[in-house]
Write a protein that binds this ligand. Structure first.
Ligand code: PMP
Length: 407
């Protein structure tokens, strides 16, 4: 029941051919960033080779071609998250910029002293710090949904935290550190009932789950292209049209304006109102090749394949003495975090790298979450569509070898 032919998939990712420390690369750091298929690399080269030009303003052929390609990515991204309209799809640098944009515009206008913003204990630093800064500035309060011992949100406490003071709930859809899939639909419904808006950090859900912002009914959704087989430096911010229209501007400059005089400036319509300056044209254009790759491969197929890898790796790692998996939520996606008695995660990372295996070690930009578990960090393996069962076995064998050397 697996529709992924990893041989065919892997042949599209040139980097997977390389050796690391004289061993074939086993890339298991996909939650940090995914590798890029040839089609994405080709799209970058093709843009610079054939139609490099600044977009939207030019009337010459190159400018028209570049503009069409850039806007075609917006259409593909709209389909990818099922946004009602292309005006609601704003290109950013990534998830981090998307969250900061919402904090600096919607937050600056809507949050005042005494208001409350709810986040969770498993947020990435990028979904903590912007809200902390905003709360400090406004005299608002940050509330945190706790995480239980298996790495799930304590939903009972969440419902208790919600009140008429709550203006925003900003939560991660899938945890990058634990793999937990959060019940965001329940969170959104309850938050709306309390009169609050909801931002979903989709950095880790967009690669693994079907995303339908209309079914979710979230007010904002953010994700990063580089975790979706696409280029770095590109992200998508979705916002409901009425909210985006009412928000103050983010950065001022070219493109985001309608008319400028020294007396008064009027702003461009959506989505351009939030896309000041020359954007990351090449990478946005190449992002479409990544979205096409995902569409052709099939999100369901990708998710199913990754689930097989996650279950196999979990079974194999559980058999290693002294290894503890951190995050045992019932619903998990593609991430397995663990600690080993008496072994520092960094030593694991180094010894596995010596075997060509790329893992992530450390706090994964979730220091408060690590504090909840009373640990400084974990080792983390995270899977993508091109990973194989042989690779989970290499991971297991690699870990056993590393432990033998360290203990
Ligand atoms: N949120 C989560 C859950 C993430 O995993 C990441 C990336 N590690 C981010 C936010 C930030 O994404 P970016 O660095 O692409 O802006």
């Amino acid at each position: 029941a697996n529709n992924i032919n990893t041989g065919i998939i892997r042949s599209q990712f040139p980097i997977l051919q390389r050796m690391v420390k004289d061993k074939p690369l086993v890339y298991l750091d996909n939650a940090a960033t995914t590798q890029k298929p040839q089609a994405v690399i080709d799209a970058l080269v093709s843009y610079y080779t054939t139609c490099n030009a600044n977009i939207h303003r030019g009337i010459h052929t190159l400018a028209e071609e570049a503009t069409a390609a850039f806007e075609a990515t917006r259409d593909a991204a709209q389909v990818f998250i099922n946004a009602p309209s292309r005006e609601e799809v704003i290109f950013t640098k990534g998830t981090t910029e998307g969250i900061n944009l919402v904090a600096a515009t919607w937050g600056r206008k809507e949050i005042s002293a005494g208001d409350e913003i709810i986040i969770s204990a498993m947020e990435h630093h990028s979904n903590i710090v912007p809200w902390q800064v905003l709360c400090e500035e406004k005299g608002a309060q940050l509330k945190v949904i706790p995480v239980n011992e298996i790495g799930e949100l304590d939903m009972e406490v969440f419902h208790q935290l919600l009140s008429e003071k709550t203006k925003l709930v900003a939560v991660v859809h899938v945890s990058n550190a634990l793999g937990t899939i959060n019940p965001v639909k329940e969170i959104i419904t309850a938050a709306h009932a309390a009169g609050a808006k909801v931002l979903i950090d989709g950095a880790q859900s967009a690669p693994h789950l079907d995303i339908d912002v209309q079914a979710l009914d979230c007010d904002f959704f953010v994700c990063s292209a580089h975790k979706l087989y696409g280029p770095t430096g590109v992200g998508v911010l979705y916002g409901k049209k009425a909210i985006l229209e009412a928000m103050p501007v983010f950065q001022g400059g070219g493109e985001m304006i309608s008319e400028v005089t020294f007396e008064k400036t009027t702003y461009n319509e959506l989505p351009y109102k939030y896309e000041a300056g020359t954007p990351n044209i090449a990478d946005v254009i190449a992002f479409k090749a990544a979205l096409d790759f995902i569409a052709v491969t099939g999100k369901q197929n990708i998710a199913q394949h990754e689930q097989v890898l996650l279950e196999a790796a979990t079974r194999q790692l559980e058999e290693i003495d002294g290894l503890h998996i951190i995050g045992r939520a019932k619903n998990k996606a593609s991430v397995i975090s663990f600690v080993i008695d008496g072994v520092h995660p960094q030593d694991i990372g180094i010894l596995l790298d010596n075997q060509g295996i790329a893992l992530r070690t450390g706090h994964h930009c979730t220091q408060p979450l690590m504090a909840c578990f009373g640990i400084p960090g974990t080792s983390r393996a995270s899977f993508a569509v091109y990973n194989t069962l042989e690779e989970t076995e290499k991971l297991t064998a690699g870990l056993r070898k590393a432990i033998k050397m360290l203990l």
